[in-house]
Design a protein. Structure first.
Length: 170
């Protein structure tokens, strides 16, 4: 086992554990913290895939900005009594458990008994450079300049519209 596959399995296992904790938590604040841990594990997987820009954006945008908003909304809602959030055992949970068990059995089959035809294939040099900041910048401001600018204008119009609507209410 190489060091890269060790870290891949470690980050993958930690991401799955964090996702399970996120769903299983009764306290929404602990669930949000588990989601943050999941985001960091995904950023580690992006780094292993040589996508440095995506890893940095994952940490800055999702873990930084989006999770601050989620935690702010959780605190704003002030859920308080978690006993009201308790769900009973029903058929949807049974169906979910069966689907998860089937998925896990399928993944075990793929990892243990697959032929592994493409497992040792090495990436060409160009494929490892795709996730770098320079390559993403060249693509964004070269081939995809028009969609990038249209998206920028759309976001600007949305911000101006939100400000106008907020001013009318006060």
């Amino acid at each position: 086992m190489t060091i890269e596959s060790f870290f891949t399995y470690s980050f993958s296992f930690a991401a799955v554990v964090a996702a399970v904790f996120m769903v299983a938590q009764k306290n929404p604040m602990l669930s949000a913290i588990s989601l943050i841990a999941n985001f960091f594990c995904l950023a580690g997987l992006y780094l292993l895939l040589h996508a440095q820009l995506l890893a940095v954006l994952q940490i800055v945008v999702y873990t930084g900005a989006i999770m601050v908003l989620v935690i702010f909304v959780i605190m704003l809602l002030n859920l308080g009594d978690e006993t009201k959030l308790i769900e009973r055992f029903d058929m949807w949970k049974v169906a979910g458990i069966v689907l998860v068990a089937g998925f896990l059995l399928e993944m075990i089959y793929i990892f243990l008994w697959s032929s592994g035809a493409g497992s040792n294939a090495s990436l060409p040099e160009q494929a490892t450079r795709i996730g770098e900041v320079e390559a993403m910048g060249r693509a964004m401001f070269g081939k995809f300049l028009l969609p990038f600018e249209v998206t920028s204008i759309l976001l600007l119009v949305a911000i101006v519209g939100a400000v106008v609507l907020a001013k009318k209410r006060t």
